[in-house]
Structure formats: C-alpha cells, structure tokens
Ligand binder design. Structure first.
Ligand code: ACO
Length: 343
C-alpha cells in the first residue's frame, strides 16, 4: 500500500536572541521577565534583522529538509507553505521560496507548483494533511511542507500591545513528505475550524468590504489604525478553546487509529503557551518524558512550532524510526488539527 512518510525535516531560527528583559530594555515593552515566564513559560525568542523576509527564513529550513530526504529541490512535486506573516499580501511566500530554491530558471527548471496555506498556528498540520493526501493519491512523490513566521516586524511593542507582543518569535521549519510502500508515515490526520471565533484572534490590516478598503488621507496615502494594524487577541477565550480542542483532537486521533495515548511515544504540541500544553498533558495523562518544548527559547513561532520541534527531535536523537508521534495544533480561526505519524 502506498503511504506518505516524513523523509526529511529542517529548522532555522534567526541568530538574534531577545530575552524577556531585552523586550523591556531594548524595545521599551512595559512587561517583566516574571510576568511573561509565569503566564507563558517563555524566556526568550528570536527576532530576524530588518531585511530578512519570510521566505528568506524558510530557505535554510527547506534546504536542510530536502538534504535529509536525500533528494534535490527539483525532485519536489509541490510546495505547501503555511504562514500568517507572508512577505506580502500577494503573491504568497511559497512562490518566493520556489524561486530561492532555484526551481524557476536554468536547464533543470521544474516550475514546481507552490501554494500558501493561511491557517495560522495549525497551518503546518493542515499542510501535512494536504501533502499526505497528495502523496497517497499518487499525484506527488515528494511534497515540501513549510511553516515560517517573521512576527517581529509586526508586533505592537507599545503598552497597548504587550499581551500579544510578549508571546511571539520568528522561526521556520520544513518537512518533506515522500511516497513509500513501507508500513509507516502519516497514519491519520484531521483538521477542524470554527469561524464563529474568527474575531477572537485576528490581525485584520484592512476591511475589503469598505470603500476605501484602507482609510486614506487627503493625498491618498493609506492610514492603518493600530487596532487594524496589529494582532488583537482575547487571550482567555483562546486558552479555554485551545485546551478543549487539543485534548479532543488527540483523543479522536488515537480512537480513529485504534491506539491509546500510551502507544504514542512523542507528543508535538503547538507551542502557544507552556501553560496550555501543561494543562492538555495533565488532562490526557501524558508523562513529561513524552513531551518536548521550544516555547521557552523561541516563543510562539505559530506555523513553525511543530516542524521546529520535529527537526530538533531528529537532530538530538529524541525522534527515531519506528516511533509513533502525535502532532496537535490550535490557533486563530479558530482552526485546529492533529496528525499521527509512524516515524
Ligand atoms: N506584561 C505585564 N503585564 C501584562 C502583560 C505583559 N506582557 N500583558 C498583559 N498584562 C497585564 C494586563 O494589562 C492586565 O493588567 P490589569 O489587570 O491591570 O488590567 C493583566 O496583565 C492581566 O491581563 P490578561 O490579558 O487578563 O492576562 P491573562 O492572565 O489572561 O494572561 C495570556 C494573558 C498569557 C495571553 C493568557 O490569556 C493566555 O495564555 N492565553 C492563551 C492565548 C495564547 O497563548 N495565545 C497565543 C497565540 S494563539 C495560539 O497560538 C494558539
């Protein structure tokens, strides 16, 4: 039977480390290390330098994943690119990455199709599901799934925005999903969405129903008010729904696959908040040794959290062939998703 397995993973974070104290000292955020650590578990995050775009950050992650898969970039049949911080409104960052990977010129130009997924924190799991289906159907042999975010450019570092701006960091992760006849790979995936909560965590920038869609001054220059320009979040509502949806997603994945939580060797939870993940783990009875985190070092890197965890787990030997891995994510939309992978 044709299966879809993860043949290579890679991660990349920008070099600049910004601690909680740096947020106060260098950026003037009215916060404290104690407040952030106590509520979120975050100690530091990475910020990209000006001039580094989303696809720039994704490139090294993608190259590592492609190398680990033992293929060339031109062997990719598709790029699925998850981000909430694309380089531009359009075109998507997937095509920018394709160009950077060298897929668009020269004798071997493959003009590999690239599409962006706009599903925020659960974007990578949506991408994994899409890639798995494309490979299992026979439409593709190798699909590159990317999660990449440059949050630092669009954080409201004033007192008004501190609840959100304390949480997020920059980073990118990538995985190659490839065809195999072996009994391994993405065994199950399921995603969900509840648009009734679309307003609870959103960064609108504009309202396309309005004329003009962005207010303009007398000279025709766009004026974006802070409440439209930056992300707004009702943190408590997000917290409550994240816990419920993530628990349910894990239980559904195990039930549908005929296994129990005890059969899972490693849980890769989306890294929104250490407290959310501790709560979910407690509800599900997941022991600490089956969990890995990066929120303490990277903050919430949204679509990149899970592939970054995967890349680190492979690199450190925590994730080995034969292990059963549960990936679970929840975020803006609300959207969520889970995937069970036999590594
Ligand atoms: N530093 C210092 N004080 C702060 C900060 C900050 N960074 N942010 C908020 N405060 C203050 C508020 O102004 C408020 O002060 P007040 O009581 O004087 O008015 C007080 O702290 C409490 O504010 P709340 O927003 O009620 O804080 P809460 O205890 O709910 O914690 C948090 C906020 C950490 C965001 C929490 O709601 C949470 O964990 N929510 C989950 C949402 C999440 O993790 N989102 C991540 C993105 S979504 C995703 O990836 C799933």
């Amino acid at each position: 039977m044709r299966n879809a397995f993860i043949s290579g993973v890679g991660g990349h974070v920008p070099p600049r480390v910004v601690t909680n104290d740096d947020l106060v000292a260098d950026y003037g955020v009215e916060t404290s290390d104690e407040w952030i650590q106590k509520r979120t578990g975050i100690q530091s995050r990475r910020f990209a330098e000006a001039g580094v775009g989303n696809a720039d950050l994704a490139l090294p992650a993608a190259q590592k994943a492609i190398a680990q898969a033992g293929i060339k970039a031109a062997d990719l049949d598709m790029i699925v690119y998850a981000t909430l911080s694309p380089d531009h409104c359009f075109p998507g960052s997937g095509v920018l990455l394709a160009e950077k990977l060298g897929l668009c010129e020269g004798a071997g130009a493959s003009f590999t199709p690239a599409m962006d997924i706009r599903n925020q924190c659960s974007g990578f799991v949506y991408g994994l599901g899409t890639a798995s289906s494309m490979v299992k159907s026979g439409a593709c042999e190798h699909v590159l799934v990317v999660g990449s975010e440059v949050h630092s450019a669009a954080l409201d570092l004033s007192g008004r925005g501190r609840t959100v701006s304390s949480l997020f960091g920059d980073g990118a992760g990538a995985a190659v999903v490839s065809a195999t006849d072996e009994d391994r790979g993405i065994q199950y995936w399921k995603c969900g969405a509840d648009g009734r909560y679309a307003h609870v965590l959103a960064q609108k920038i504009w309202d396309i129903s309005k004329r003009p869609f962005i207010p303009q001054d007398g000279d025709g220059n766009g004026i974006v008010a802070p409440e439209m320009m930056f992300a707004n979040m009702d943190g408590r509502t997000v917290f409550r729904h994240a816990v419920e949806r993530m628990c349910f997603a894990v239980i559904s994945a195990c039930t549908a696959s005929g296994i129990t939580g005890d059969d899972v060797d490693l849980y890769l939870f989306h890294q929104a908040n250490m407290r959310i993940n501790q709560y979910v783990a407690k509800q599900l009875g997941v022991p600490e040794h089956k969990l890995i985190h990066n929120i303490d070092r990277y903050g919430n890197t949204t679509a990149a959290t899970i592939p970054l965890l995967m890349a680190e787990a492979v690199e450190t030997g925590r994730l080995k062939p034969g292990m059963t891995v549960a990936c679970v994510a929840f975020g803006s939309g609300f959207t969520w998703g889970s995937a069970l992978v036999r590594w």
